[in-house]
Write a protein that binds this ligand. Structure first.
Ligand code: HEM
Length: 580
């Protein structure tokens, strides 16, 4: 996966082990040069360094004591001297009421006082570290700050208020940094994972506290260190979302069903397509898939991504909407921009501004898509045709037509939401079969198994791995308190490997029953195009099995490369040969 972290310089405090160490390794794996901050455990920090260097990464060990301003300044200076920067700061402070365990649990006033001091020192140290790195980040015009507050305290437990205060202080710090420095390309985020389910944490935390607060995935499975590290690496990357990104209802053009609440959401959702749409389109989808493969097979090798997986869904949705397909390459560029923009909105909903050249490009592409769709909407107003854009133009909600902006947003969403996702479904199906070659023949001899195979691909290699949501009000999910106004990343890819729901979850089993995966999400926002995507996936796979006979082979040189968005799973190219 490419998060765009090559040659960035990261300082990770508290990185000698546990989640800090996992973060350091993940950032280094993404190509960043990583300074591993340690307080007391130099040996462990050096072990992390050796691991990184052993994998070809670049790392440095620096002593840092978050409670000592001079020590933090020295650590930053050491990094700056060696590599310049840092342009990424990750502070990882592990704090919870059992922390001063040498003194016993926080029940007596003296250990309570010590704990409060510790919390205060952590918050102050974090602010100090920010103070040290921001001038370097300003100079570079790029900076990512990720503040981690790991740990938890139960309601009514002594110290709960002090802990909540420390968390709020970190949040406030992060929010004001993003607001004040967003224009200079510096963004800040807070991650509050509770306890990550590591053996180390299990040893340190009393069992009942561990059980209650161990970070969980949406289905209640324990989050692993590596999963948490990936979240942090994303927040440290150029595509990170702004802190407290808010729903974007106020700008109708950026406001789509994805970000809307009922009743408007329900009204708009009912306008697009019905389950019958997919089956009605099936014969045409078969025709398009055949034509695409006809054009590619004479070469003796196809690139599943470029020859079938991308062009098929975009042709289908363009025909459904009634927009000419000659702009297919533009649609792909725009759909990619729509995905990149998910991580790039300002808190007020506008696409993130200047500083980051990649975001400028994204914004430009989206403007182009909006302008193009605006023209189509105007044309259909003047002269309606038998297509979805004309139906949407004519549609009424509460006696009112949709505004031009709403129509543009709607069409833009359909054009982009089903594009990359379905492309990944088709190419991920081939990846799964490459991993399990025996399934190819089984599907050829028993095509009735193909729909089940598509469901299993959606589970095992979910195209959409995670998706951003905003909390309107405080809630508790799987024992985790989530405050109002937070950005939450439900991780469907993880839920789809939940061993409590799917026995032997890492096994690819095309006959898995039941297979209640969440590859299309769940609840009122669950995928509107699920029926269409399933039909396209089934037809694409059936056509490939028929038209590419014999054994399938995916050459492994050059190695496959992952697409750049961390919340999607798929490859950029997928060459496929067949022996028949
Ligand atoms: C394999 C392909 C696809 C996958 C994995 C996928 C996945 C998803 C997921 C997980 C969501 C829910 C996001 C959330 O909860 O916030 C979603 C929503 C949505 N999808 Fe898909 N999708 C696919 C194909 C399509 C297609 C083909 C279309 C239409 C042409 C489409 C249109 C939409 C729309 C409009 C929504 C928003 C629904 C709402 O907010 O009420 N998707 N999709």
């Amino acid at each position: 996966m490419d998060l765009g972290l090559q040659d960035k310089v990261a300082l990770v405090t508290g990185a000698s082990g546990g989640i800090g160490g996992a973060i350091a390794r993940t950032l280094a794996g993404e190509g960043a040069r990583v300074a591993i901050g340690y307080h007391e455990q130099k040996d462990s920090a050096e072990r992390v360094q050796q691991e990184i260097e052993g994998c070809g990464g670049t790392a440095l060990v620096v002593r840092q004591d978050l409670t000592e301003p001079a020590s933090i300044a020295e650590a930053v200076a050491a990094v700056h001297e060696k590599w310049g920067g840092p342009d990424i700061l990750v502070t990882s402070a592990w704090i919870h009421p059992e922390w001063p365990r040498q003194q016993g649990p926080v029940t007596d006033p003296s250990s309570m006082e010590m704990w409060q001091q510790q919390l205060r020192a952590n918050v102050e140290g974090t602010a100090q570290a920010v103070h040290e790195v921001v001038p370097h980040m300003k100079e570079k015009g790029f900076g990512r700050i990720v503040l981690i507050s790991s740990g938890a305290a139960e309601d009514g437990q002594p110290g709960r208020e002090a802990y909540a205060g420390a968390k709020a202080a970190l949040q406030g710090l992060s929010r004001s940094l993003s607001r004040g420095l967003g224009g200079a390309g510096i963004l800040s985020n807070v991650v509050m994972p509770g306890f990550v389910a590591t053996e180390r944490n299990r040893r340190f935390v009393p069992p009942q506290v561990f059980e209650r607060f161990a970070s969980t995935t949406p289905t209640g499975r324990r989050a692993t260190e590596d999963e948490m590290a990936r979240v942090v690496a994303f927040l440290a990357s150029p595509g990170a979302p702004p802190e407290q990104a808010a729903p974007v209802d106020d700008d109708p053009r950026l406001s789509t069903m994805f970000t809307m609440d009922p009743p408007r959401h329900r009204q708009l959702r009912s306008l697009a397509f019905t389950p019958a749409t997919a089956e009605r389109l099936a014969p045409r989808i078969e025709e398009i898939a055949s034509d695409l493969l006809d054009a590619a097979t004479p070469r003796g090798e196809v690139d599943v991504v470029a020859d079938l997986a991308y062009p098929l869904p975009v042709t289908v949705i363009a025909e459904l909407l009634g927009v000419p397909i000659d702009r297919r390459d533009d649609f792909r560029r725009w759909a990619d921009a729509a995905i990149a923009a998910i991580g790039g909105r300002e808190a007020d909903g506008t696409v993130r501004a200047a500083a980051d050249p990649a975001q400028v490009e994204v914004a430009r592409n989206l403007e182009e898509m909006y302008a193009y769709l605006g023209e189509i909407v105007e044309e259909r107003r003047r002269a309606p045709k038998d297509d979805l854009v004309s139906d949407l133009v004519a549609a009424e909600v509460d006696g009112q037509h949709l505004t031009t902006n709403e129509l543009i947003a709607f069409c833009g969403l359909l054009l982009s939401a089903g594009h990359n996702t379905t492309a990944q479904l088709i190419s991920n199906a081939v990846l799964c079969l490459d991993e399990h070659p025996e399934v190819v023949e089984r599907l050829r001899s028993s095509p009735e198994l193909i729909p089940g195979a598509i469901e299993e691909v959606l589970r095992y290699a979910s195209p959409l791995q995670a998706f951003m949501r905003f909390t309107r009000k405080a809630t508790t999910i799987a024992g985790q308190q989530v405050e109002a106004g937070q950005t939450v990343f439900p991780w469907m890819g993880s839920a789809n490997r939940d061993e409590t729901e799917f026995p032997d979850p890492d096994r690819f089993d095309i006959e898995r029953q039941p297979n209640r995966h969440v590859g299309f999400g769940r609840g009122i926002h669950s995928c509107l195009g699920a029926g269409l995507a399933r039909t396209e996936g089934r037809i694409a796979l059936t056509t490939m099995l028929q038209r590419l006979p014999g054994r399938w082979e995916v050459p492994d040189d050059p190695p496959l490369e992952r697409i750049p968005w961390f919340f999607m799973f798929g490859v950029k190219r997928l060459p496929l040969r067949w022996t028949g």
